[in-house]
Design a protein around this ligand. Structure first.
Ligand SMILES: NC(=O)c1ccc[n+]([C@@H]2O[C@H](COP(=O)([O-])OP(=O)(O)OC[C@H]3O[C@@H](n4cnc5c(N)ncnc54)[C@H](O)[C@@H]3O)[C@@H](O)[C@H]2O)c1
Ligand SMILES: N[C@H](CO)Cc1c[nH]c[nH+]1
Ligand SMILES: [Zn+2]
Length: 435
């Protein structure tokens, strides 16, 4: 588990030495196309059939009845309820602070451009539920959507065999706690298609209205469906199998670093855990700790596969600058920084979905309770994407507010540009107003 590559004292290209999952979302797209087509043409029946096929149980109904949400909340373990409430409370504070202010820019007499943020009208939020169930992802999807002021939101999560084909009861309880009343027992690509196209029963009764945007994490089939349906719907970043990178020097605690690497490996055999370190001693001790901590763990087999896969490993580098270059090239979903001066190091990182600063900010804190969002870009997409946040659910719309005086001021300039572009009708549309 966790093979070490020693990069010290030899030239290398940071981008080519990275351990990375062989997850190829593009290759999964043709696999999900027949699923998307079936949902588009057959509607709700197809979603139920596919639930039976892939989740092993046919949901009693696609839309979860309201009383099931109430029952789930009433029977929720009080300790879990209190933990969810704490997580919601902190997340609400952080996401409320992300609401951007609009602006009005005065460009001269009668010339005003207003920047205004408008929420997406209707969104579909995906909450995974295959290998594990994720009530925390209900919080991470719903809180920013609500902070943005989205008027209509629906949640989908796979039907569970152990719960009569409903989504997991803690997921239903989390929806009820957050005031979400539209929940569907649907998973994978069929859930994304249901949101994108909307679905009706065989008699034409609408079951789920189409949404404008789908967000949320999921496995490769969810990511492939989102990619294939982009255009029909808007999507957030691709948040696929989890990754953690730890950037550490010799001051790091090997026991803690190993535990954090293992924590994300338990999600998925395709999860990636990477240690980037300047310390050969730490590298050695982390391997020893992993050998000590993994045996007997709850998801031992899955963890072994994740830590033994090509997407995981240790990169031993010569200097902190090299460690930072490798971390930036990797663009981890989560980057933990365990160095002598972690804040200073963290501020130098440019590519990461979220940065966890110092030994007391481990990734599981962010997964559940820190107030930050855990729906984060994977597979290197942190180079150009943010994690899910309030702005993900907002659009910047500009109101162009010119008067006759403001327009007149630009008449000849617009005419010059329209002539230069060979589009004289543009200039004419302005000039005729002043003749
Ligand atoms: N990056 C993030 O922000 C983030 C957050 C939470 C979870 N995750 C990741 O989300 C993933 C969750 O995956 P999961 O599998 O547990 O749940 P999931 O809900 O994403 O996927 C389960 C669904 O996959 C579909 N499916 C399974 N096998 C299929 C097949 N052969 N063909 C077509 N469809 C199939 C089924 O319809 C099933 O409902 C994990 O990889 C986890 O690491 C990521
Ligand atoms: N680490 C996952 C991806 O950020 C999120 C999660 C949910 N529950 C536990 N972990
Ligand atoms: Zn996690």
């Amino acid at each position: 588990m966790l093979a070490t590559t020693d990069l010290r004292g030899r030239p290398y290209d940071p981008a080519t030495v990275l351990p990375r999952a062989e997850t190829d979302v593009a290759a999964a797209v043709p696999k999900v196309m027949p699923i998307l087509d079936r949902v588009r043409t057959e509607g709700a029946r197809a979603v139920l059939d596919l639930g039976e096929q892939f989740d092993g149980i046919r949901p009693p109904s696609l839309a979860v009845p309201a009383e099931k949400l109430t029952e789930a909340l009433e029977s929720l373990d009080p300790e879990v309820r209190s933990a969810l409430e704490e997580s919601i409370d902190r997340a609400r504070k952080v996401h409320a602070a992300q609401v951007p202010a609009g602006s009005e820019v005065d460009l001269g007499e009668g010339a005003l451009v207003e920047n205004r943020w408008v929420p997406v009208n209707r969104v579909g939020l995906y909450v995974p539920g295959g290998r594990a169930v994720y009530p925390s992802s209900v919080v991470m999807n719903v809180v920013p959507a609500q902070a943005a002021g989205v008027a209509s939101l629906a949640v989908a999560s796979p039907p569970q065999k152990d719960f009569g084909g409903l989504p997991h009861p803690v997921i239903l309880a989390a929806c009820a706690l957050l005031g979400v009343d539209e929940v569907y027992a649907a998973g994978g690509a069929q859930a994304v298609a249901m949101f994108a196209y909307g679905v009706a029963d065989d008699d034409g009764t609408r079951v789920c209205a189409p949404v404008d945007m789908v967000t949320g994490p999921g496995n490769i089939f969810v990511a492939a469906a989102k990619r294939a349906l982009l255009g029909t719907i808007g999507i957030d970043a691709e948040a696929g199998p989890t990754e953690i990178a730890v950037l550490a020097d010799g001051t790091a605690d090997a026991r803690w670093v190993a535990a954090d690497l293992i924590s994300q490996a338990e999600h998925d055999p395709m999860a990636g855990s990477v240690l980037i370190t300047t310390s050969p001693e730490l590298a050695r001790d982390v391997v020893a700790e992993i050998e000590r901590q993994v045996p007997g763990s709850f998801h031992e087999e899955q963890i072994r596969q994740a830590l033994g896969g090509p997407q995981s490993g240790i990169l031993l580098v010569g200097t902190l600058d090299e460690a930072l270059a490798v971390a930036d090239a990797y663009a981890a979903e989560h980057l933990e920084v365990h160095t002598v001066n972690p804040l200073q190091t963290a501020r130098r990182v440019t590519n990461a979905g979220a940065v966890f600063v110092g030994p007391h900010s481990p990734v599981p804190l962010g997964d559940y309770s820190s107030g930050s969002n855990h729906v984060l870009p994977t597979g290197g997409s942190a180079r150009y994407s943010s994690g899910l946040n309030t702005v993900s659910f907002l659009r910047l719309q500009q109101l162009i507010r010119y008067t006759e005086t403001g327009l007149k001021e630009l008449d000849t300039k617009i005419a010059a540009l329209s002539t230069a572009e060979g589009l004289p009708a543009h200039g004419e549309a302005v000039s005729l107003r002043f003749r």
